[in-house]
Write a protein that binds this ligand. Structure first.
Ligand SMILES: *[C@@H]1O[C@H](CO)[C@@H](O)[C@H](O)[C@H]1NC(C)=O
Ligand SMILES: *[C@@H]1O[C@H](CO)[C@@H](O)[C@H](O)[C@H]1NC(C)=O
Ligand SMILES: *[C@@H]1O[C@H](CO)[C@@H](O)[C@H](O)[C@H]1NC(C)=O
Ligand SMILES: *[C@@H]1O[C@H](CO)[C@@H](O)[C@H](O)[C@H]1NC(C)=O
Ligand SMILES: *[C@@H]1O[C@H](CO)[C@@H](O)[C@H](O)[C@H]1NC(C)=O
Length: 396
């Protein structure tokens, strides 16, 4: 089987720290790159003995790419990266039918050439451009393209083995709405794209087995997020999705639809604007919640009962919390002691008055799972002297 690595990338764009997960085929313990048996110039080709051919066509015209695969004979490519020169007449990248002359690739990355200013190059993909790869391809990425000329995603028709579809930094991705069924797609990443928010009907029925869904930095608001999640909740993925990220959108409340996802245990809503968390809004059905990320959401009030004892990692950094109340945090912290979990909560302006006696004086055993908590005057919780709270009456 193909080895897979998950690379966590943090990239700085417009000042926001955006996280997503990029799953790549990995070349592990395969240091020797052999020259390829055939000449792929002007593309680069390396032959990894255990994995196969790795081919990069960078700043090569589409005609030249077509002729490379027309003249070479090896039918199987492990990983193909295409960064074609644009067709200057059409100011775009156009993938013709049978691009690879019947050859097949396990992973294809398609980059549009970068632009310094202005609109991205438009991408059109013939419905039969990549058909020869349909019984092998597992990874397909589109990066930095404008999809305004594309009507549908029929070029993915028959991609029954595709497990990872990734779109990044692309505009007008509405054609995604017309997606053929991808019966084995587990990871869907659409990050920093436009057009997802205006899709009327998210193609959830074409994605029956999703496990990881990253829809980060796509300007989704409450309404567009609700439309997407409602569609997913009425598909069979409602029982398969484990990871959901809606980070860096413009969402103002925790979407109610998340409560339908029976296996969801890793949720990120960081970088939105969600000042209030109600007591029932995070009551996910999964028995254990591996990660809750709500960093930088202007969080101000959490209702008691919202943070349950089954949360392993919680990230509430860079918020506007002023109270660290036992009714809100104690249950979760006790759970974290048992689960070896952690609460990250730096950069919140906590008031360190008698309301903190429950923790600093009465439950110091919980302090080790609380990371980065500070009073508004920058004193760290663990530096507070418990005797300073001896006159506090027992708070509820
Ligand atoms: C916090 O999120 C806002 C958008 O909600 C963004 O503009 C800002 O850069 C983020 N800050 C950090 C430190 O991530
Ligand atoms: C492929 O190569 C053959 C000759 O081997 C040539 O006749 C044909 O035109 C080429 N096709 C393309 C699309 O380049
Ligand atoms: C943070 O909370 C305080 C007190 O509730 C409020 O006055 C302030 O506007 C809030 N700031 C932000 C950035 O939400
Ligand atoms: C507890 O978690 C820490 C950090 O996540 C890890 O390094 C450590 O091995 C864990 N300990 C146990 C007993 O699982
Ligand atoms: C900050 O506030 C805490 C709690 O009121 C107090 O114990 C501490 O001395 C203060 N630290 C400074 C540097 O003022």
């Amino acid at each position: 089987m193909l080895n897979v690595i998950v690379i966590q990338i943090t990239l700085t764009l417009t000042g926001a720290s955006v996280e997503w997960s990029l799953v790549r085929p990995a070349i592990i313990d395969d240091k020797a790159v052999l020259p390829c048996p055939e000449d792929y110039s002007p593309c680069y080709c390396g032959d990894y003995p255990t994995f196969g051919l790795y081919i990069v066509c960078e700043l090569v015209s589409m005609d030249a790419i077509v002729s490379v695969f027309n003249r070479t004979t090896d039918n199987n490519i492990f990983w193909l990266q295409l960064r074609p020169l644009p067709d200057l007449d059409q100011r775009g990248v156009n993938l013709p039918a049978d691009l690879l002359s019947g050859k097949r690739a396990r992973a294809i990355d398609l980059y549009c050439p970068s632009v310094v200013t202005g609109n991205l190059y438009s991408l059109t993909i013939d419905p039969y451009a990549l058909t020869s790869s349909e019984d092998l391809i597992e990874y397909f990425y589109i990066l930095g393209c404008d999809l305004n000329q594309q009507a549908d995603f029929n070029f993915l028709n028959g991609f029954n083995k595709l497990i990872n579809l990734y779109m990044y930094g692309s505009t007008n991705v509405q054609a995604f709405q017309n997606l053929p069924e991808l019966p084995n797609l587990a990871t869907l990443s659409i990050n920093q794209c436009t057009g997802l928010d205006t899709i009327d009907e998210f193609p959830a029925q074409s994605l029956p087995k999703l496990q990881q869904v990253y829809l980060t930095d796509n300007r989704l608001d409450d309404e567009s997020a609700a439309r997407i999640l409602t569609a997913m909740a009425s598909s069979s993925s409602v029982d398969t999705v484990i990871v959901l990220s809606l980070a860096y959108n413009v969402i103002t409340q925790i979407p109610a639809q998340i409560l339908s996802f029976t296996k969801l245990n890793d949720l990120s809503l960081s970088g939105n604007d969600i000042p209030f968390v109600s007591s029932a809004s995070l009551a996910l059905p999964a028995s254990r919640m591996e990660r809750l990320a709500m960093a930088n959401v202007s969080l101000n009030v959490i209702e008691s009962g919202a943070l349950r004892a089954n949360i392993v990692l919680a990230d509430l950094t860079r918020n506007n919390l002023t109270q660290f109340e036992s009714a809100v945090f104690q249950t979760m912290l006790q759970g974290m002691i048992t689960l070896n979990g952690s609460l990250f909560i730096d950069s919140n302006p906590f008031e360190c008055d008698c309301n903190l006696a429950w923790l600093i004086r009465d439950n110091r055993n919980l302090l080790p799972v609380v990371h980065g908590a500070q009073c508004s005057n920058s004193t760290r919780f663990e530096q507070l002297d418990p005797s300073g709270f001896s006159d506090c009456v027992l708070s509820l």
